[in-house]
Design a protein around this ligand. Structure first.
Ligand SMILES: *Cc1c(COP(=O)(O)O)cnc(C)c1O
Length: 468
C-alpha cells in the first residue's frame, strides 16, 4: 500500500535542476567560464541600448514549458542581452555616477551567491554579519563616529536615505512623547534645494513635507540657510539632510556649520554621502567633510566610489538602537530572531530578507587594505582637477564650476540641447564614450563623473576634442 504522500510521483526531471550531475556541472563550468572571461576582459565594449523591437526580434521566446537549455540561454545573454546593456565599469563610462568594482570584489560577489548566505540575522548568517559589521565600523571610524555606531548594507542610497529618515521620524516622535509635547500636524525634513531626488522620494513614501531651502551661488548648504527653517518648523523637523558630494556637481555642503546648529537646536542630522563621502578616505579631500562626525546617520554607496559591484549602500547610525526601534518587524514566526540579543541586520532598514551585499567590499578591502582605496579615490580627484584645467584652456568650453571632488561640469559655447544630444548619441554610437547632456539653472551642459581609476586624461581629452 502506498501512502498518500508517495502517491504523488515526480518525473525524473523534478530534481534535475538541483542535483549535482554531469549536466549541472557543465552548466556551472559554462557560466563560471563566462564570468571569468568577462571579469578579466580588457576590451569589453561600452555597448548601447537596443530598441525594444530589436530585442523582441532577437531575444523573444526564451521562456516556455521545456526550456531552451543552458548553452542557448547563455549564448543569448552573451550575444544579445549583455551587448544591449551599457558597460558601467568601462573607463569611458562618464555619465550619472559610474561603477568601478575591483576584480576582487566582483569575483567575490559570485562567492556570496554560491555560499547561499542569509544576511538578515545573526542566527543564520553570523560570520557574514560579523564581516559586514567590521566594514561598517571601519567606515564609521573614518567618518569620526563613535565606536558604538553601526548599521547595515542596503540596496542603495535611496533605501538608505528612506530608512534613516524613518528612524529620525520615530526618534522625534518618541522624544516629543517623552517630553509631553504635542505631535505636529505634519512632519518636515529640511534640506538644500540641491539635495538628491531620493530625499523627496522618501518624503513622498513617508507622507511628510520637504522644506528645500535655497542656497547661494556656491550650491553649498550652510548653517545660516537652514536656521530660519529650524525656528519656523521647530518640533516638526524630523531631520536636516546635508549632502556630502552632490550628484550633479560633487558639492560638499558645509557640514561643520550645519552641525554647529545642534548646539542651539535639537535636530537629527542625516548626511547623504552616497557618492561623495568616499572621498573622505583620502587625505587630499578629508578636510572638506569636517562636521560629518556629528551626524546621527549617514550613507555612502560602495557601488559608487568604493569599488564594489551593484548593489550596496552603507547605512550607519550614530546610535543603532534608533534604527532597530524603527525597523524591526514583529511576527510570531520571527520572535525567535527579534527576541535575541544578537545583531540582526534586517532590523536596521526597510527590508527583511537580505543578501550579504557588504561582503564583496569586505573581501576586497581585506585583500588590498585601506591604503589602496585611499589612493584609488585620490586618482579620480586628481584627474578631475587636471581635466578641469584643460577645459579652462579651451576657448569654446566653459567650466560651470570648479570641481570639488570628481565631477566636472562644463558647457560648449553655442550648443543647444539638440546639439548636445546629437553629439552624445554619436559618441556612444561610435563606442568612444558615454557622456550624456545635463543641465543647471535652465542651461544645458554636460559632465564627467569620474570614479574609475582606469579612466585616463587622454580619454577625457579625446571627448573634449570631439566637441570642437
Ligand atoms: C546616487 C545618490 C543617491 C541614490 O543612491 P542609489 O544608490 O542610486 O539609490 C542618493 N544621494 C546621492 C547624493 C547620490 O549621489
Amino acid at each position: 500500500m502506498s501512502s498518500p504522500l508517495s502517491a504523488v510521483r515526480h518525473s525524473d526531471s523534478a530534481q534535475r535542476m538541483h542535483v549535482v550531475s554531469d549536466e549541472t556541472t557543465q552548466i556551472a563550468d559554462m557560466v563560471l567560464d563566462y564570468a571569468r572571461r568577462r571579469l578579466l576582459s580588457t576590451d569589453t565594449p561600452l555597448d548601447k541600448p537596443f530598441p525594444p523591437s530589436e530585442l523582441r526580434r532577437l531575444a523573444a521566446g526564451s521562456i516556455g514549458e521545456s526550456g531552451i537549455g543552458a548553452r542557448r540561454a547563455l549564448a543569448l545573454f552573451e550575444n544579445v542581452l549583455a551587448p544591449s546593456c551599457i558597460t558601467t565599469d568601462h573607463p569611458q563610462y562618464l555619465s550619472f555616477i559610474p561603477s568601478a568594482p575591483t576584480k576582487a570584489a566582483t569575483a567575490f560577489d559570485l562567492v556570496v551567491s554560491a555560499t547561499a548566505v542569509y544576511g538578515g540575522s545573526w542566527l543564520e548568517g553570523s560570520g557574514a554579519v560579523f564581516a559586514e559589521n567590521e566594514v561598517l565600523s571601519w567606515l564609521a571610524s573614518e567618518f569620526g563616529l563613535p565606536a558604538t555606531a553601526g548599521g547595515v548594507f542596503v540596496q542603495g542610497g535611496t533605501v538608505g536615505n528612506l530608512s534613516a529618515l524613518v528612524a529620525a521620524r520615530d526618534h522625534r516622535a518618541r522624544t516629543l512623547r517623552e517630553r509631553n509635547r504635542p505631535r505636529p500636524e505634519r512632519w518636515v525634513v529640511v534640506c538644500s534645494a540641491e539635495a538628491h531626488s531620493s530625499i523627496a522620494s522618501a518624503a513622498h513614501v513617508m507622507d511628510i513635507d520637504v522644506v528645500a531651502v535655497p542656497v547661494g551661488e556656491s550650491g553649498m548648504l550652510r548653517g545660516e540657510h537652514i536656521a530660519p527653517a529650524l525656528v519656523e518648523h521647530g518640533d516638526a523637523v524630523i531631520a536636516v539632510v546635508a549632502t556630502a558630494g552632490s550628484t550633479n556637481f560633487g558639492i560638499v555642503d558645509d557640514l561643520a556649520s550645519v552641525a554647529a546648529l545642534k548646539d542651539e537646536h535639537d535636530f537629527w542630522l542625516h548626511v547623504d554621502g552616497a557618492y561623495g563621502l568616499a572621498a573622505m578616505l583620502t587625505p587630499v579631500a578629508r578636510a572638506r567633510f569636517a562636521g560629518v562626525e556629528r551626524a546621527d546617520s549617514l550613507i555612502v554607496d560602495p557601488h559608487k566610489w568604493l569599488f564594489a559591484p551593484f548593489d550596496a549602500c552603507a547605512l550607519v547610525y550614530r546610535d543603532p538602537e534608533n534604527g532597530r526601534l524603527a525597523h524591526t518587524q514583529h511576527a510570531e514566526y520571527l520572535d525567535t530572531l527579534t527576541a535575541a540579543a544578537e545583531y540582526n541586520p534586517s532590523d536596521y532598514a526597510v527590508q527583511l530578507t537580505r543578501r550579504a551585499r557588504g561582503l564583496p567590499l569586505w573581501f576586497s578591502l581585506a585583500t588590498f587594505g585601506a591604503a589602496a582605496y585611499r589612493e584609488a579615490i585620490g586618482i579620480s580627484i586628481d584627474l578631475a582637477r587636471r581635466i578641469a584645467d584643460e577645459i579652462g584652456r579651451r576657448p569654446h568650453l566653459r567650466l560651470v564650476r570648479e570641481p570639488q571632488l570628481s565631477v566636472v561640469v562644463f558647457e560648449r559655447e553655442g550648443w543647444d540641447a539638440a546639439a548636445y544630444a546629437a553629439w552624445s548619441d554619436r559618441l556612444l554610437d561610435e563606442q568612444r564614450a558615454f557622456v550624456v547632456p545635463s543641465s543647471h539653472g535652465g542651461r544645458v551642459n554636460t559632465r564627467f563623473a569620474i570614479v574609475n581609476p582606469m579612466t585616463t586624461f587622454e580619454q577625457l581629452v579625446e571627448v573634449l576634442d570631439s566637441m570642437a
